[in-house]
Design a protein around this ligand. Sequence first.
Ligand code: ZN
Length: 472
Amino acid sequence: MRRLRQLSFPIFITATLIAACSSSDDNSGEPSGSAGSTPSGSAGTSHGGGSGTAGGSARGGSSFGGGAPLGTAGQGSSSAGAGNIAGSSNPGGGGSFGSGGSFGSAGTGASTGGGGASSTGASGSTSTGGSTSSGGSTGASGSTSTGGGGTTTTGPSEPSGMPLPPTNNVAKPSGTAGNLKVLDWAGFDSAVSFTFDDALTSQIQNYSALNATGVKLTFYLVSNNNGTSTTWSQAAKDGHELGNHTAHHCHDDGTGCGWGTYAGSLASELDQCTTHIEQQFGVSDVYTAAAPYGDAGYDTPDSTRFLLNRGVNGGSVAPNDNSNPFQLPCHTAAMGETAATFNAATDAAHSAKKWQIFLVHSFGGDGGYNPVAIGDVTAAITHAKSAGNIWADNMVHVGAYWRAEKLFSTLTPTKSGTTQTWTWTLPAHFPPGRYLRVKVDGGTLSQKGTTLAWSSHGYYEVALDAGTLTLQ
Ligand SMILES: [Zn+2]
């Protein structure tokens, strides 16, 4: 649609994007698989699409003892291929998951397989996971699973497909049924999300380096800047989030548009961008946004369209705190900022057990706001990821967890004898296929008749889509 003369923009852009920020959203299979079909088989290993090897492998590694004997979880290998197939570098093949039941498996598979032919270990079914992602493909039929999710290094091996915290070998609680507690940040100490605003050319040029970190990122796109780049489609396939940063990047009074002319209303600015992302980049829905310049006028229209909106004010977010989900704070990269200061922010949030969102614009050469060196940003992402006890993931994943934990904190279970049941309704614009990690002193947790499996990492994974949880 309205394309801009991008080449003539750089200078203008620099002048106008002073507080640029973002929006974004997601895409691909992020919602990692939710309901899978019953996974029976152990997953095969999945070579992420990219690599030339036939995809679909997901090596079963039953790291999680889940239920069914066959349901070992797959751990996708990641041959990081930058291939053209979906799922590429996400190793996370999700495999089928033991607990098999309805919420079963999850898989966020990385693979797209080329088909089962060479996949190893596949046996069983292919858990076709939830919404978009399907489980690590397993052999034979794995051909089409489009992964979305896996974490990076060690693929997910649990229903949620979320990264696994380092704590392990935790014995299943055997005390009295009760004392349900939601783990902050999915069992990690803290969380970080890296967001990239404005759909800048240098982001496209450095996409491979960003993707190679193995961390799921959020790109807040301005639909009229680089609006037909296939890099965004690839990013969605790789499990990154494509978010809404409006159609023309204007202030909330319609002035100062960075790319093109004001659509006439903030609602139109947001809706045109979402429609473009969905139609152009193969994304089924857009869950989060970032307000251009962080302008507060976007907060309300964002609140009726998205799960959350990122602003540009400094700060971080604590579990169950009162941060406005439609004006979330972040650390905005200064011009030439180095990894050392990004890491200091990550470490401070880690100590405080909070969620630090980062906002990066340009990597230089495109006239974008506050350029920084790609090496400093990838080093910062790697620092967070390699810390071990920090959950590094995109906005919709961490944000959905944060909002769901807040929701849980308001629930009171109904009791019948020694059985307690929690029921809930998710917030509007909540992504499907998400989970909370919880622990109890003892007892059996189930959802709609399916017993939840204990993870040796120290929790049960509760499927949020189920809307109910029973402890007895
Ligand atoms: Zn911006």
